[in-house]
Design a protein around this ligand. Structure first.
Ligand code: BGC
Length: 515
């Protein structure tokens, strides 16, 4: 058991001695494969669902509709089964998060990543070998379980293994790899769409590469010191800490982890604790950020870019080509965020992106409204390029704002005792709303037509106003000082801190707060 006797902890905000050791580099590669896997799954389905061979085998009615001229341009792909193929992954993922929250605590981060890798591998086998719709959906569900386990464990693993001073950068590195996974998927689809009749099998099977990498990685790395100590393996935890920090001088950090884990053990019901009034600001912000991130409409573009560009009258090849361009813009713009997030701050990035996203979506809606009618899909060369440019403008601003910050901000604002439960809720809400968009988008496109972009732009307006008034700046604030320096100072959220009677006195918890 974590010893209650350790109560010496380093003063908050003090940096512990730490080198960037090989094991930290290996953990980066882990993040890469966890993120790649998620990104590949997001990116692969759009291209696959616009391949005729795939549609002919699993969704013959969609293929028939697609080839019939009389079907409205906006409604060619409106089919609940087809949408279920894309969205079942997210539904499975959000359910898996709750199990993942348990296994990350009880079995450790490493084993949870291993479970994710195994789910991924079995899911890829089902998908690549699919003979019928059932096999296809079962495969997607298994991949979804992998996403649920991986997205809970990998970010936790990373932030625990990273030296404090590069923790923020590593966090966005995860998102960077999500975008690389999406781009990789788009490129693969571009190539395999020419291989008939089994190109789609290759697309789905190549997900095996990041899946195997994640599994091997999880076999070889060590668990985090925090996880070992939390499970009572104090000596092992200390030895690992020395190894990953590249120094014997780990006593202050070791003591802090022991103390943190002791406090975490005092919390008997992590999820109930999360609902206490003093945790309200972080919880509300984490939940809303996930909802807003998805209601920017990013995944309508990411999942369905090839389908969307097809709908707009681009020929099959050109549409995948456009999807590759948006994928590349996504990766490059995420680098902008890595560079600027600790310089200009979170709020600045979100507010600037709000303006850019709003204008580009309105522009897309206007062009489509004028040029694309139900039965005429000839956008014309010039207008088509304009739509691609506007889509890229939108994607770039998302990629340096809501993409990475939707994950970063919740992970840096929860206090330690609620951080793990908070992460589960974050992942769960994210996947829930990813599911909602994936399931609804093609039907919404069919009913709202070009106005779908007006719909998303209205959301962008709402979220930007929220950022303006309710999202405090967290740049350069040590995590341990968030309560004092952020929440207690904020014009609105400070009222939730007034009855803060949850103090840690001399290393002992004095929890007078009522649930
Ligand atoms: C979102 C995903 C999205 C991706 C696009 C992530 O932050 O959570 O839903 O597909 O960004 O790059």
């Amino acid at each position: 058991m974590p010893a209650g006797g350790f109560s010496v902890s380093a003063p908050s905000g003090v940096e512990f001695e730490a080198k960037i050791t090989p094991i930290v580099i290996i953990s980066c590669i882990m993040a890469a494969t966890g993120g790649l896997m998620f990104g590949y799954d997001v990116g692969i389905s759009g291209g696959v669902t616009s391949m005729d061979d795939f549609l002919g085998k699993f969704f013959p009615t969609v293929l028939k509709k697609k080839n019939e001229d009389k079907e409205s341009n906006y409604c060619k792909y409106d089919n609940q089964g087809l949408q279920l193929f894309t969205s079942s992954l997210y539904l499975a993922g959000l359910t898996a998060t709750f199990f993942a929250s348990y296994t990350t605590r009880r079995l450790g981060r490493r084993l949870t990543m291993l479970i994710a890798g195994v789910f991924f591998i079995v899911g890829v086998i089902f998908n690549g070998a699919a003979q019928n719709l059932a096999m296809l959906i079962v495969g997607r569900i298994l991949l979804g379980c992998g996403v649920g386990f991986a997205n809970q464990a990998v970010p936790l693993f990373l932030s625990e293994i990273a030296p404090t001073r590069i923790r923020g950068g590593l966090n966005i590195l995860f998102q960077l790899n999500v975008t690389i996974g999406i781009l990789f998927a788009n490129l693969v689809n571009y190539g395999t769409s020419k291989i008939t009749p089994w190109g789609w099998r290759l697309s789905l099977s190549l997900a095996g590469i990041p899946a195997v990498l994640l599994t091997l990685g999880a076999l070889f790395v060590t668990d985090t010191p925090n996880s070992l100590i939390e499970r009572g393996r104090l000596d092992e935890g200390k030895a690992v800490l020395k190894k990953i920090r590249g120094t014997d001088n780990v006593e202050p950090e070791f003591n802090e982890i022991v103390e943190a884990s002791r406090i975490a053990h005092e919390v008997k019901h992590p999820f109930r604790n999360l609902l206490q009034r003093r945790n309200r600001p972080q919880l509300v912000i984490a939940v809303l950020l996930q909802i807003f991130q998805q209601f920017t409409g990013i995944n309508a573009i990411m999942f369905y870019a090839p389908v969307l560009f097809n709908t707009l009258g681009f020929k099959n090849d050109a549409s995948l080509y456009s999807a590759v361009i948006t994928g590349a813009v996504n990766v490059l713009s995420t680098l902008v965020s890595v560079y600027s997030v600790d310089r200009v701050g979170r709020r600045m990035l979100l507010l600037e992106a709000g303006v850019q996203m709003f204008l580009s979506q309105v522009a897309i809606a206007v062009v489509l409204g004028i040029k694309v009618t139900d039965h005429s899909d000839d956008l014309g060369h010039g207008w088509a390029i304009m739509v691609v440019v506007m889509v890229c403008t939108f994607v770039s601003s998302f990629a340096w704002s809501w993409g990475p910050l939707g994950w970063l901000i919740p992970s840096e604002t929860f206090p330690l005792e609620t951080r793990s439960a908070g992460q589960s809720v974050t992942v769960c809400v994210n996947l829930l709303f990813t599911f909602v968009i994936a399931q609804a988008f093609l039907s919404m496109l069919c009913h709202l037509k070009y106005a779908i972009f007006v719909f998303f732009s209205a959301w962008v307006l709402v979220m930007s106003v929220f950022v303006l008034f309710f999202l405090p700046e967290t740049k350069n604030i040590p995590i341990e000082e968030m309560t004092e320096r952020v929440w207690k100072q904020h014009w609105f959220w400070k009222r939730y801190m007034e009855d803060d009677n949850h103090h840690i006195v001399n290393g002992k918890i004095n929890n007078g707060a009522s649930v």
